[in-house]
Design a protein around this ligand. Structure first.
Ligand SMILES: [Zn+2]
Length: 334
Protein backbone atom coordinates (compact mmCIF):
# COMPACT_ATOMS: atom_id res chain seq x y z
CA UNK A 1 0.00 0.00 0.00
CA UNK A 2 2.63 2.36 1.13
CA UNK A 3 4.74 1.37 -1.82
CA UNK A 4 1.81 2.10 -4.16
CA UNK A 5 1.19 5.52 -2.63
CA UNK A 6 4.90 6.27 -2.92
CA UNK A 7 5.01 5.25 -6.54
CA UNK A 8 2.06 7.54 -7.35
CA UNK A 9 3.79 10.35 -5.50
CA UNK A 10 7.03 9.62 -7.41
CA UNK A 11 5.19 9.65 -10.73
CA UNK A 12 3.63 13.05 -9.89
CA UNK A 13 7.05 14.33 -8.85
CA UNK A 14 8.61 13.12 -12.15
CA UNK A 15 5.83 14.74 -14.22
CA UNK A 16 6.35 18.03 -12.37
CA UNK A 17 10.12 17.89 -13.02
CA UNK A 18 9.58 17.14 -16.69
CA UNK A 19 7.17 20.07 -17.04
CA UNK A 20 9.76 22.27 -15.40
CA UNK A 21 12.42 21.06 -17.84
CA UNK A 22 10.17 21.69 -20.84
CA UNK A 23 9.30 25.17 -19.57
CA UNK A 24 13.00 25.96 -19.07
CA UNK A 25 13.75 24.85 -22.63
CA UNK A 26 10.89 27.00 -23.96
CA UNK A 27 12.15 30.01 -22.04
CA UNK A 28 15.68 29.41 -23.38
CA UNK A 29 14.35 29.14 -26.94
CA UNK A 30 12.33 32.35 -26.52
CA UNK A 31 15.35 34.20 -25.14
CA UNK A 32 17.53 32.89 -27.98
CA UNK A 33 15.00 33.92 -30.63
CA UNK A 34 14.78 37.36 -29.05
CA UNK A 35 18.56 37.72 -28.92
CA UNK A 36 19.11 36.50 -32.49
CA UNK A 37 16.37 38.82 -33.70
CA UNK A 38 17.93 41.76 -31.92
CA UNK A 39 21.36 40.85 -33.27
CA UNK A 40 20.08 40.58 -36.84
CA UNK A 41 18.26 43.89 -36.65
CA UNK A 42 21.35 45.59 -35.16
CA UNK A 43 23.55 44.21 -37.91
CA UNK A 44 21.02 45.29 -40.55
CA UNK A 45 21.03 48.83 -39.22
CA UNK A 46 24.83 48.63 -39.15
CA UNK A 47 24.89 47.49 -42.76
CA UNK A 48 22.58 50.30 -43.92
CA UNK A 49 24.89 52.83 -42.25
CA UNK A 50 27.87 51.21 -43.89
CA UNK A 51 26.25 51.40 -47.33
CA UNK A 52 25.70 55.11 -46.87
CA UNK A 53 28.95 56.13 -45.22
CA UNK A 54 31.72 53.61 -45.55
CA UNK A 55 31.39 51.64 -48.73
CA UNK A 56 32.68 54.39 -50.99
CA UNK A 57 35.76 53.36 -52.91
CA UNK A 58 38.96 54.92 -51.63
CA UNK A 59 41.17 55.96 -54.51
CA UNK A 60 44.62 57.53 -54.19
CA UNK A 61 46.27 59.34 -57.10
CA UNK A 62 49.72 60.86 -57.61
CA UNK A 63 48.88 64.28 -59.07
CA UNK A 64 45.94 66.69 -58.88
CA UNK A 65 44.55 66.40 -62.45
CA UNK A 66 44.03 62.68 -61.83
CA UNK A 67 41.74 63.59 -58.92
CA UNK A 68 39.35 65.30 -61.34
CA UNK A 69 39.52 62.21 -63.60
CA UNK A 70 38.61 59.88 -60.71
CA UNK A 71 35.92 62.13 -59.25
CA UNK A 72 34.23 62.64 -62.60
CA UNK A 73 34.10 58.93 -63.48
CA UNK A 74 33.60 57.62 -59.93
CA UNK A 75 30.90 60.19 -59.02
CA UNK A 76 29.34 59.51 -55.63
CA UNK A 77 30.72 55.96 -55.53
CA UNK A 78 34.22 57.17 -54.65
CA UNK A 79 35.37 58.94 -51.52
CA UNK A 80 35.64 62.67 -52.24
CA UNK A 81 37.94 64.51 -52.31
CA UNK A 82 40.16 61.86 -53.84
CA UNK A 83 43.45 61.71 -52.01
CA UNK A 84 46.32 63.27 -53.98
CA UNK A 85 49.91 62.52 -52.97
CA UNK A 86 51.72 65.47 -54.59
CA UNK A 87 50.08 68.55 -52.99
CA UNK A 88 49.35 71.85 -54.76
CA UNK A 89 52.54 73.78 -55.47
CA UNK A 90 54.83 70.76 -55.04
CA UNK A 91 56.74 69.12 -57.90
CA UNK A 92 56.18 65.44 -58.72
CA UNK A 93 59.84 65.34 -59.77
CA UNK A 94 61.04 65.77 -56.20
CA UNK A 95 58.13 65.11 -53.83
CA UNK A 96 58.30 62.49 -51.07
CA UNK A 97 55.11 61.25 -49.35
CA UNK A 98 54.58 61.91 -45.64
CA UNK A 99 54.04 59.09 -43.09
CA UNK A 100 50.40 60.24 -42.81
CA UNK A 101 49.93 59.83 -46.56
CA UNK A 102 51.46 56.36 -46.50
CA UNK A 103 49.00 55.47 -43.72
CA UNK A 104 46.11 56.63 -45.94
CA UNK A 105 47.45 54.64 -48.90
CA UNK A 106 47.40 51.50 -46.76
CA UNK A 107 43.58 51.89 -46.46
CA UNK A 108 42.89 52.49 -50.17
CA UNK A 109 41.26 50.14 -52.68
CA UNK A 110 42.82 51.72 -55.78
CA UNK A 111 46.05 53.57 -56.49
CA UNK A 112 45.98 55.30 -59.88
CA UNK A 113 49.56 56.02 -60.86
CA UNK A 114 50.48 58.27 -63.78
CA UNK A 115 52.78 55.50 -65.01
CA UNK A 116 55.00 57.62 -67.25
CA UNK A 117 58.10 57.61 -65.08
CA UNK A 118 57.70 60.71 -62.91
CA UNK A 119 60.42 60.54 -60.29
CA UNK A 120 58.05 60.36 -57.33
CA UNK A 121 56.53 57.14 -58.69
CA UNK A 122 59.85 55.63 -59.76
CA UNK A 123 61.13 56.09 -56.20
CA UNK A 124 57.97 55.13 -54.28
CA UNK A 125 55.69 52.79 -56.23
CA UNK A 126 57.36 49.54 -55.10
CA UNK A 127 57.19 50.59 -51.44
CA UNK A 128 53.57 51.71 -51.84
CA UNK A 129 52.58 48.37 -53.41
CA UNK A 130 54.31 46.42 -50.62
CA UNK A 131 52.41 48.42 -48.00
CA UNK A 132 49.02 47.46 -49.41
CA UNK A 133 49.18 44.36 -51.57
CA UNK A 134 45.39 44.04 -51.83
CA UNK A 135 45.13 47.46 -53.49
CA UNK A 136 44.51 47.61 -57.24
CA UNK A 137 47.20 49.65 -58.99
CA UNK A 138 45.86 51.34 -62.13
CA UNK A 139 48.47 52.36 -64.69
CA UNK A 140 46.98 55.51 -66.24
CA UNK A 141 49.66 55.48 -68.95
CA UNK A 142 48.58 52.11 -70.36
CA UNK A 143 47.92 52.73 -74.05
CA UNK A 144 49.49 56.21 -74.11
CA UNK A 145 52.06 56.69 -76.84
CA UNK A 146 55.12 57.96 -75.05
CA UNK A 147 57.47 60.46 -76.58
CA UNK A 148 61.07 60.82 -75.63
CA UNK A 149 62.82 64.16 -75.82
CA UNK A 150 66.32 65.35 -76.25
CA UNK A 151 66.82 68.72 -74.60
CA UNK A 152 69.40 71.33 -75.13
CA UNK A 153 68.92 74.34 -72.89
CA UNK A 154 67.46 77.24 -74.75
CA UNK A 155 66.86 75.29 -77.96
CA UNK A 156 63.73 73.68 -79.30
CA UNK A 157 63.17 70.20 -77.88
CA UNK A 158 63.97 67.40 -80.28
CA UNK A 159 61.48 64.57 -79.95
CA UNK A 160 62.09 61.04 -81.06
CA UNK A 161 59.96 57.96 -81.02
CA UNK A 162 60.04 55.90 -77.91
CA UNK A 163 60.58 52.19 -78.28
CA UNK A 164 57.34 50.64 -77.02
CA UNK A 165 58.99 47.32 -76.21
CA UNK A 166 61.13 49.08 -73.58
CA UNK A 167 58.05 50.20 -71.66
CA UNK A 168 59.21 48.67 -68.37
CA UNK A 169 59.19 50.85 -65.27
CA UNK A 170 62.98 50.89 -65.09
CA UNK A 171 63.23 52.08 -68.68
CA UNK A 172 60.94 55.05 -68.31
CA UNK A 173 63.68 57.52 -67.47
CA UNK A 174 64.34 58.66 -71.03
CA UNK A 175 60.74 59.52 -71.80
CA UNK A 176 58.87 62.73 -71.21
CA UNK A 177 56.64 62.01 -68.20
CA UNK A 178 54.12 64.88 -68.63
CA UNK A 179 51.60 62.76 -70.50
CA UNK A 180 48.48 64.21 -68.84
CA UNK A 181 48.87 67.60 -70.52
CA UNK A 182 47.35 66.55 -73.82
CA UNK A 183 43.55 66.12 -73.73
CA UNK A 184 43.94 63.10 -76.05
CA UNK A 185 46.18 61.40 -73.49
CA UNK A 186 43.87 62.47 -70.68
CA UNK A 187 41.14 60.48 -72.43
CA UNK A 188 43.29 57.34 -72.31
CA UNK A 189 44.11 57.95 -68.65
CA UNK A 190 40.43 58.43 -67.79
CA UNK A 191 39.53 55.17 -69.54
CA UNK A 192 42.17 53.32 -67.53
CA UNK A 193 40.65 54.75 -64.34
CA UNK A 194 37.22 53.58 -65.52
CA UNK A 195 38.58 50.05 -66.08
CA UNK A 196 39.98 50.07 -62.54
CA UNK A 197 36.69 51.21 -61.01
CA UNK A 198 34.67 48.49 -62.74
CA UNK A 199 37.21 45.89 -61.64
CA UNK A 200 36.63 46.88 -58.00
CA UNK A 201 32.88 47.58 -58.34
CA UNK A 202 31.52 45.68 -61.37
CA UNK A 203 27.85 46.06 -60.39
CA UNK A 204 28.07 49.85 -60.93
CA UNK A 205 29.47 49.50 -64.44
CA UNK A 206 26.58 51.31 -66.11
CA UNK A 207 26.91 54.24 -63.72
CA UNK A 208 30.65 54.60 -64.38
CA UNK A 209 30.15 54.18 -68.12
CA UNK A 210 27.68 57.06 -68.21
CA UNK A 211 30.06 59.32 -66.26
CA UNK A 212 32.98 58.25 -68.44
CA UNK A 213 31.18 59.12 -71.65
CA UNK A 214 30.09 62.50 -70.37
CA UNK A 215 33.64 63.41 -69.29
CA UNK A 216 35.22 62.09 -72.50
CA UNK A 217 32.92 64.30 -74.52
CA UNK A 218 34.02 67.30 -72.43
CA UNK A 219 37.63 66.42 -73.23
CA UNK A 220 36.75 66.16 -76.94
CA UNK A 221 35.08 69.54 -76.75
CA UNK A 222 38.06 71.25 -75.12
CA UNK A 223 40.36 69.57 -77.68
CA UNK A 224 38.30 71.10 -80.51
CA UNK A 225 38.36 74.47 -78.77
CA UNK A 226 42.15 74.37 -78.42
CA UNK A 227 42.54 73.55 -82.12
CA UNK A 228 40.40 76.65 -82.83
CA UNK A 229 42.43 78.71 -80.35
CA UNK A 230 45.63 78.05 -82.32
CA UNK A 231 44.15 78.28 -85.79
CA UNK A 232 45.61 81.15 -87.76
CA UNK A 233 48.66 81.43 -85.48
CA UNK A 234 51.81 81.54 -87.54
CA UNK A 235 54.61 81.71 -85.01
CA UNK A 236 53.70 78.66 -82.90
CA UNK A 237 56.67 78.77 -80.55
CA UNK A 238 56.70 79.12 -76.78
CA UNK A 239 59.56 79.63 -74.36
CA UNK A 240 58.91 77.70 -71.16
CA UNK A 241 60.94 77.50 -68.00
CA UNK A 242 60.31 73.78 -67.40
CA UNK A 243 59.63 71.58 -70.47
CA UNK A 244 56.23 70.38 -69.32
CA UNK A 245 54.27 70.79 -72.54
CA UNK A 246 55.76 68.23 -74.96
CA UNK A 247 52.56 66.21 -75.47
CA UNK A 248 50.44 69.34 -75.69
CA UNK A 249 52.93 70.90 -78.14
CA UNK A 250 52.99 67.77 -80.30
CA UNK A 251 49.18 67.56 -80.51
CA UNK A 252 48.74 71.21 -81.49
CA UNK A 253 51.83 71.70 -83.64
CA UNK A 254 53.66 73.95 -81.21
CA UNK A 255 57.39 74.15 -80.62
CA UNK A 256 58.44 74.39 -76.98
CA UNK A 257 61.78 75.97 -76.13
CA UNK A 258 62.76 75.11 -72.55
CA UNK A 259 65.01 77.16 -70.30
CA UNK A 260 65.75 74.29 -67.95
CA UNK A 261 65.21 70.58 -67.63
CA UNK A 262 64.49 68.28 -64.67
CA UNK A 263 64.10 71.10 -62.13
CA UNK A 264 67.77 72.07 -62.34
CA UNK A 265 68.68 75.74 -62.51
CA UNK A 266 69.64 76.69 -66.06
CA UNK A 267 73.26 77.36 -66.96
CA UNK A 268 74.48 80.77 -68.07
CA UNK A 269 74.76 79.35 -71.59
CA UNK A 270 71.17 78.11 -71.39
CA UNK A 271 69.94 81.54 -70.38
CA UNK A 272 71.94 83.18 -73.17
CA UNK A 273 70.51 80.69 -75.72
CA UNK A 274 66.96 81.39 -74.51
CA UNK A 275 67.47 85.13 -74.87
CA UNK A 276 68.85 84.67 -78.38
CA UNK A 277 65.95 82.46 -79.42
CA UNK A 278 63.39 84.82 -77.97
CA UNK A 279 64.91 87.68 -79.96
CA UNK A 280 65.25 85.62 -83.13
CA UNK A 281 61.59 84.53 -83.08
CA UNK A 282 60.29 87.77 -81.57
CA UNK A 283 58.87 86.03 -78.47
CA UNK A 284 57.85 88.34 -75.64
CA UNK A 285 56.46 85.92 -73.05
CA UNK A 286 58.36 83.46 -70.87
CA UNK A 287 56.03 80.79 -69.50
CA UNK A 288 56.81 79.55 -66.01
CA UNK A 289 54.78 77.53 -63.53
CA UNK A 290 53.98 77.90 -59.82
CA UNK A 291 55.88 74.68 -59.02
CA UNK A 292 59.25 76.16 -59.99
CA UNK A 293 61.33 79.22 -59.23
CA UNK A 294 60.59 82.10 -61.60
CA UNK A 295 63.91 83.84 -61.03
CA UNK A 296 65.69 82.96 -64.27
CA UNK A 297 62.43 83.29 -66.25
CA UNK A 298 62.22 86.89 -64.93
CA UNK A 299 65.86 87.55 -65.79
CA UNK A 300 65.26 86.43 -69.39
CA UNK A 301 62.00 88.40 -69.62
CA UNK A 302 63.88 91.54 -68.54
CA UNK A 303 66.52 91.00 -71.20
CA UNK A 304 63.96 90.72 -73.99
CA UNK A 305 61.70 93.44 -72.61
CA UNK A 306 58.98 90.83 -72.17
CA UNK A 307 57.00 89.32 -69.32
CA UNK A 308 56.62 86.13 -67.31
CA UNK A 309 53.23 84.38 -67.48
CA UNK A 310 52.44 81.56 -65.06
CA UNK A 311 50.68 78.45 -66.36
CA UNK A 312 50.16 75.42 -64.16
CA UNK A 313 50.55 71.84 -65.38
CA UNK A 314 49.08 70.48 -62.14
CA UNK A 315 45.72 72.11 -61.43
CA UNK A 316 42.92 69.87 -60.26
CA UNK A 317 40.29 71.46 -62.52
CA UNK A 318 41.86 69.86 -65.57
CA UNK A 319 39.48 70.84 -68.37
CA UNK A 320 39.18 74.47 -67.27
CA UNK A 321 42.93 74.76 -66.72
CA UNK A 322 44.01 73.29 -70.05
CA UNK A 323 41.64 75.70 -71.81
CA UNK A 324 43.23 78.58 -69.87
CA UNK A 325 46.77 77.42 -70.71
CA UNK A 326 45.93 77.18 -74.43
CA UNK A 327 44.58 80.74 -74.41
CA UNK A 328 47.71 81.97 -72.60
CA UNK A 329 49.99 80.30 -75.15
CA UNK A 330 47.93 81.56 -78.09
CA UNK A 331 47.91 85.06 -76.60
CA UNK A 332 51.70 85.14 -76.84
CA UNK A 333 51.75 84.05 -80.50
CA UNK A 334 51.46 86.19 -83.59
ZN1 LIG B 1 57.74 68.37 -64.90
Amino acid sequence: MNLGKNSIKNKKEMKRKEMKRILTVIVYIMISVFLIGTFISISCVGKVDKDVNEEKIRVVVSILPQAEFVERVGGDKVEVPVMVIVPPGASPHTYEPTPGQLEEISKAEIYAKVGSGIEFELAWMDKIIKMNEEMLVVDCARGVKFIAARYKYGEAVVYYEYNESDKAQSDLKGIDPHIWLSPANAKVMVENIYEGLIEIDPQSKEYYKKNLESYLSELDKVDDEIIQTFSGKKNKKIIVFHPTWAYFAKDYGIEQIPIEEGGKEPTAEGIRNSINQAKEYNLKVIFASPEFSTQSAKAIANEIDGEVVLVSPLEKNYVENIRKVARAFAGAME
